[in-house]
Write a protein that binds this ligand. Structure first.
Ligand SMILES: *[C@@H]1O[C@H](CO)[C@@H](O)[C@H](O)[C@H]1NC(C)=O
Ligand SMILES: *[C@@H]1O[C@H](CO)[C@@H](O)[C@H](O)[C@H]1NC(C)=O
Ligand SMILES: *[C@@H]1O[C@H](CO)[C@@H](O)[C@H](O)[C@H]1NC(C)=O
Length: 382
């Protein structure tokens, strides 16, 4: 039998409902905060154009004559698209950047047919494993797309492909609303400067300071070229502590320790990197160059690995050539506990580490990588 509700009962019931609703909303907000979901909002930027090395490559080396390739299992074992040429088990740092901006994963330039290129308006990835700032870098492993060539391919995109989608004045508008992601330089050390027998056999090896300056000067020229092709919002990243990659920490007599000498070489570059970015920002009119500082973030993760759930900082997750100093061996079973390993192979972080970097750079406020009051989303909105 139904009773007629009294006024008091009704208001109590409403009150309860309201509380339940606000509790639900609170929980939802909390959850959204803890687990940022892919938003259904329009993308924050028109497109994402990517330049760099294996940390960013999404398949440009797949058909290239080089040992710097990742188009075989277990690479990509956790990626939604499977094995693509990404040098990790899952998403790269760039994939997280694309997600953050609400853009699709950025396809590799060399994975697209000419017809597909003419229809790709949300960004292209030109990054190539083993590539560096200098022309010669990476050559010891075979053919790569040097930074100079990456920018040449981008100029093809600008001249041939983009005008089909963005005719006339729409082209420069599209480019000025796009984000350019530049992360390069590790290989100028790993596959160049630190291989003195290979490149500096007959010549005097430059000092770490002179070499860092040479890299910065070359990078400046490359970035000017990118600007004159229409790039305006350019996020540039420093070099991480490569003295801490397994290839170095597993080399005796440094067993298990970062090679500080190598880190110090990189610091010489990084010390010149921020003035470079500022200089570009000032000298190139209407540009917005943003420096991304990953070195301290990466070092912090390495030093405080257990607090991030990372139990193993020096042991690659996949079975590697050279027992912890080379790339993954093909078709071998990777470690089951991938969330516990900082490194996937002897050079590249696992997806978990990439997500920790993405959290520090893109999701945390204030960002641990960008200057105060800069987020990649804000840059996109400028
Ligand atoms: C790289 O190669 C190109 C073409 O061969 C050349 O014009 C350029 O000066 C080279 N850059 C450096 C820094 O050597
Ligand atoms: C990795 O380490 C080994 C042993 O130290 C070295 O011979 C090799 O050149 C290194 N590989 C790279 C790419 O630096
Ligand atoms: C770049 O220049 C803009 C003004 O054009 C300024 O707001 C921004 O802080 C500068 N960024 C850097 C890294 O100097």
């Amino acid at each position: 039998m139904e009773t007629i509700p009294t006024k008091a009962k009704v208001s109590r019931a409403r009150e309860k409902e309201r509380m339940a609703t606000s509790f639900f909303i609170l929980m939802l907000l909390l959850l959204l905060h803890l687990f940022p979901v892919k938003s259904q909002n329009p993308p924050a930027a028109a497109a994402l154009y990517v330049f760099g090395d294996s940390l960013s490559d999404s398949g440009n080396n797949n058909n290239r004559l080089t040992t710097a390739r990742a188009n075989y299992l277990p690479y990509g074992v956790d990626f939604v698209g499977g094995t693509t040429g990404r040098f990790t088990n899952g998403k790269t740092f760039v994939d997280f950047a694309a997600e953050t901006l609400g853009l699709p994963y950025v396809p590799a330039y060399f994975s697209l047919s000419r017809r597909q290129r003419a229809k790709t308006g949300t960004g292209v990835n030109y990054a190539s494993g083993s590539a560096g700032i200098l022309n010669k870098t990476g050559r010891r492993l075979g053919r790569c797309v040097t930074l100079r060539e990456q920018i040449s391919k981008f100029s093809m995109t600008v001249r041939r492909d983009l005008p089909k989608m963005f005719p006339g004045p729409l082209l420069s508008d599209h480019l000025s609303r796009s984000i350019f992601f530049v992360s390069i330089g590790s290989n100028d050390y790993i596959n160049n400067y630190l291989q003195p027998d290979y490149y500096y056999k007959r010549r005097r090896r430059p000092t770490p300071q002179a070499f860092a300056q040479k890299l910065v000067d070359a990078l400046e020229t490359h970035m000017q070229r990118l600007y004159y092709l229409g790039a305006r919002k350019i996020v540039m990243f420093d070099i991480g502590p490569i003295g801490c990659i397994p290839n170095n920490t597993n080399t005796t007599p440094m067993m298990g320790q970062c090679v500080e000498e190598i880190n110090n070489f990189v610091v010489e570059f990084n010390n010149r990197f921020f003035p470079l970015v500022q200089r570009l920002n000032v000298t190139l009119r209407g540009s917005n160059f943003v420096p991304g500082q990953t070195y301290p973030v990466s070092q912090n993760i390495y030093k405080n690995a257990p607090s991030y759930g990372l139990a193993l900082t020096n042991v690659p997750c996949c079975p590697t050539y050279g027992d912890g100093i080379g790339p993954c061996k093909p078709e071998q079973q990777p470690c089951p506990d991938r969330g516990k390993h900082m490194y996937w192979d002897s050079y590249h972080p696992t997806e978990v580490t990439n997500s920790l970097m993405a959290r520090a750079c893109f999701w945390q406020t204030p960002s641990q990588c960008f200057p105060p009051d800069t987020t990649i989303q804000q840059l996109a909105r400028l």
